[in-house]
Design a binder for this molecule. Sequence first.
Ligand SMILES: NC(=O)c1ccc[n+]([C@@H]2O[C@H](COP(=O)([O-])OP(=O)(O)OC[C@H]3O[C@@H](n4cnc5c(N)ncnc54)[C@H](OP(=O)(O)O)[C@@H]3O)[C@@H](O)[C@H]2O)c1
Length: 243
Amino acid sequence: MDKLTGKVAIVTGASAGIGHAIAKRLAQEGAAVVVNYGKSADKAKAVVAEIEAKGGKALAMQADMSQVAAARRLVRDTVQRFARLDILVNNAAIALNKALVETTEQEFDEIFALNTKGPYFAMQEAANVIADGGRIVNISTGGTHLGLPGATAYLGTKAALEQFTKGLAHELASRGVTVNTVSPGFTDTAMLWDSFRETAAQMTPLRRLGKPRDIADVVAFLVSDEARWLTGQTIQASGGVVM
Ligand SMILES: NC(=O)c1ccc[n+]([C@@H]2O[C@H](COP(=O)([O-])OP(=O)(O)OC[C@H]3O[C@@H](n4cnc5c(N)ncnc54)[C@H](OP(=O)(O)O)[C@@H]3O)[C@@H](O)[C@H]2O)c1
């Protein structure tokens, strides 16, 4: 459990849900983890305490990832604090369960700011400083393939992120930096609305909701040396949902 010893990782939106599980998993492998949060300082501090209690290294850092300046600052502050950056996981996002015809311009701008624009400029900032052999993982959703009804803007934000993955994978390949997407299926977090949980589990061939840890294990593989030959890919971590 020390595949990432000496590495420094940023996980955005790590105060809850899938990001929380990813932060814990990377710390378990020995990485020093920046636990980014937007609003939930107490939850982020609890994640750090949980990691430290198991002998890991972590630091909570606030940054509203919908703001380009804050996304850039998060990367810069990490490098200033830890003197390097090896792994960036763009996980922070919000959902919007609205059809295209119901979506306001403000809702459109808000969701694209956090799910798409923030990660883009976090990657731009990271590209300048990430160590050779580094890893970038973007968290999308299997919904971009499934085409879930009533989430048109949300799926658009994630489809763009998947394309950024492919583009940046080419740009950074000569330095051995890999860039991949993990697309969770229906996962048991606050983002999954209650009335849909039973249906979501039934739609999943493995017949349960995903657990945050199911996604974190896939991310842990992608950021390890064992995944050095994978880049520009979108991995469906979905319990087999046909997307
Ligand atoms: N759950 C699912 O079924 C599912 C399925 C497919 C894909 N996904 C994707 O998986 C990722 C994680 O989702 P989740 O289910 O774990 O969601 P979640 O439980 O709602 O957690 C979202 C996290 O994002 C953070 N966040 C929200 N706004 C932020 C901001 N402006 N700046 C920084 N952090 C912010 C939250 O922290 P604060 O409270 O501190 O702001 C929280 O830690 C997302 O990219 C989501 O699209 C989830």
